[in-house]
Design a protein around this ligand. Structure first.
Ligand SMILES: [Zn+2]
Ligand SMILES: [Zn+2]
Length: 332
């Protein structure tokens, strides 16, 4: 019997009668992390990591039907033993482990093996059945080290500041923005934030996180931001808000920036290959190291990656068709 399967509401555990990251309203929803394609409104009850609770409150406006759990804490639903483990994707992100009658199933949610210094680093969890995302599941995705990207970002900011230009970095407000801010060298200049980023940072202070940066408001004097680093979500592109920050140079931070032409298509000056997902090598490493005998591939390059796993490692592999969509999150 399969412990997990996909139905019209989401990833369903029949034995436990609960869902993981469902896309339609259900009674019990286990939530891997706070991105909008994984955490939706209308569930009867949410179970998530403690650090996801302020995000849930910020984005969905609820907190009365939420149960927080710690990494590694075991609990039971209808005889299924459940625990959340660090996924290394964003603050509060979790892989969800389910054990029933001696078989272990693991859903990664979104994850990465590289360490960003903000989210709890990925934990290898052994399992029999492994359900993995595949956002960057092609061999061309071979990300440089995070450290080298942080250094490139700071060097670029420094040279822009020396020329009297502002530096705008575009990154998703939950995850990428905190990753950027945690590694910005504050001696280069001041740091300013788009309201969407500041809202997330503000929410995360409730669970002990603190990030640098001042919110830009209508009162912010334009000479105050001269040479500054400004972090904004990609939706700020081509808005009056952005134009008011001139003169600036602008960059996109995303795994998609590895593809030739992606920077030009986005109309930015620079692209930094900073991702909150596994690249090809990390996906392969995770599949092998979990020791899984069966792999199910979700959102991304699921056809390519499942065929590859089957052929390369002789591990059974198939596709779970889900409605998760990290194209939006990484902002193609
Ligand atoms: Zn995500
Ligand atoms: Zn996702």
């Amino acid at each position: 019997m399969n412990l997990l399967s996909v139905n019209e509401c989401g990833l369903y555990c029949k034995q436990g009668n609960f869902y993981i990251d469902p896309w339609k309203p259900v009674k019990t929803a286990l939530i891997t992390h706070g991105h909008s394609d994984h955490m939706r409104a209308g569930m009867g009850n949410y179970i998530c990591h403690h650090h996801t609770i302020p995000i849930l409150r910020l984005r969905l406006g609820i907190d009365n039907v939420v149960q927080g759990v710690a990494y590694g804490e075991q609990f039971h639903i209808n005889g299924v033993t459940i625990s959340f483990h660090p996924a290394g994707h964003i603050i509060g992100s979790a892989q969800i482990r389910m054990e029933y009658q001696g078989e272990v199933w693991l859903f990664t949610g979104d994850y990465k093996l590289s360490v960003d210094g903000v989210s709890q680093p990925y934990e290898l969890v052994k399992c029999d059945h492994f359900i993995t995302e595949s956002t960057f599941g092609l061999p061309i995705y071979n990300f440089p080290s995070n450290q080298s990207i942080y250094e490139s970002i700071n060097a670029w900011w420094r040279s822009n500041a020396q020329e009297g230009m502002n530096t705008v970095l575009l990154g998703y407000a939950l995850g990428k923005a905190q990753n950027i801010l945690a590694h910005a060298e504050e001696d280069i200049g001041d740091i300013f934030l788009h309201g969407a980023v500041d809202n997330v940072n503000e929410a995360l202070t409730e669970v002990g996180f603190k990030f640098p940066g001042t919110r830009i408001t209508s009162d912010t004097r334009r000479d105050a931001i001269r040479g500054a680093l400004i972090v904004a979500p990609p939706s700020a592109m081509d808005t009056p808000w952005l134009r008011s920050l001139k003169p600036f140079r602008i960059a996109m931070c995303s795994g998609w920036m590895q593809i030739r032409g992606a920077r030009r298509r986005r109309g930015v000056d620079r692209g930094f290959v900073l991702s909150d997902h596994c690249d090809w090598q990390q996906l392969n490493q995770a599949v092998v190291e979990t020791g899984a005998k069966q792999v199910y591939v979700t959102h991304g390059y699921e056809h390519n990656f499942s065929r590859w796993v089957q052929a390369e490692y002789n591990i059974g592999a198939s596709i779970f068709k889900t409605l998760y969509n990290d194209a939006e999150e990484e902002n193609v």
